[in-house]
Write a new protein. Structure first.
Length: 176
């Protein structure tokens, strides 16, 4: 039996994951750090974290990267006023999605903002991650959160069957 970390590590080992178009492995965190923010990134994959740390060192940026389970963010012992999620929300089934939202609530400060982009049910085909219906997002964040905006968007992806973008939902959600 493989561990979830080993499953994700294999995605990064000898190939470039479909979702990594130069924005995976810490790029959002590094962008924030380059602009002067105290920024931290987490991933379940040790390989992804090692790559992100290497990028930070190469660029001379101060950013923290920690191996952590998004379903147990409370274990970080940290709190944040802003959290970004580009492509994680959609990997969870219904039960884990509820656990993820609970986990987020343990680390985001009251009044803090969660920016999320996830795969949309508007994307045709069967490849890729689970599609998220628009109504699932406000439902997931109905207790202690306010969905401030929820708009159609698109992920740029490495080509799959000739497709270079995937329909997404972009949400701005505030913690009460």
């Amino acid at each position: 039996m493989t561990t979830p970390s080993a499953d994700w590590d294999s995605s990064y080992q000898d190939n470039v994951p479909t979702w990594d178009i130069g924005c995976g492995t810490g790029e959002h965190v590094l962008l924030a750090a380059a602009r002067g923010a105290a920024a931290m990134g987490v991933d379940l994959s040790v390989v992804a974290i090692e790559k992100a740390r290497g990028k930070a060192a190469e660029r001379g940026l101060t950013a923290r990267f920690e191996v952590a389970d998004a379903l147990h963010l409370d274990r970080l012992g940290e709190s944040f006023d802003t959290i970004t999620d580009s492509g994680l929300f959609h990997v969870f089934d219904d039960a884990d999605r509820a656990r993820y939202v609970t986990s987020l609530a343990t680390v985001i400060e009251p009044g803090g903002t969660y920016y999320m982009m996830c795969f949309s049910d508007r994307q045709p085909g069967t490849w890729g991650p689970r599609r998220v219906r628009r109504e699932e997002i406000p439902l997931a964040f109905s207790d202690g959160w306010a969905v401030e905006s929820l708009t159609p968007d698109a992920f740029t992806i490495n080509p799959i069957e000739g497709i270079t973008s995937a329909s997404a939902w972009l949400a701005v959600i505030r913690r009460h």
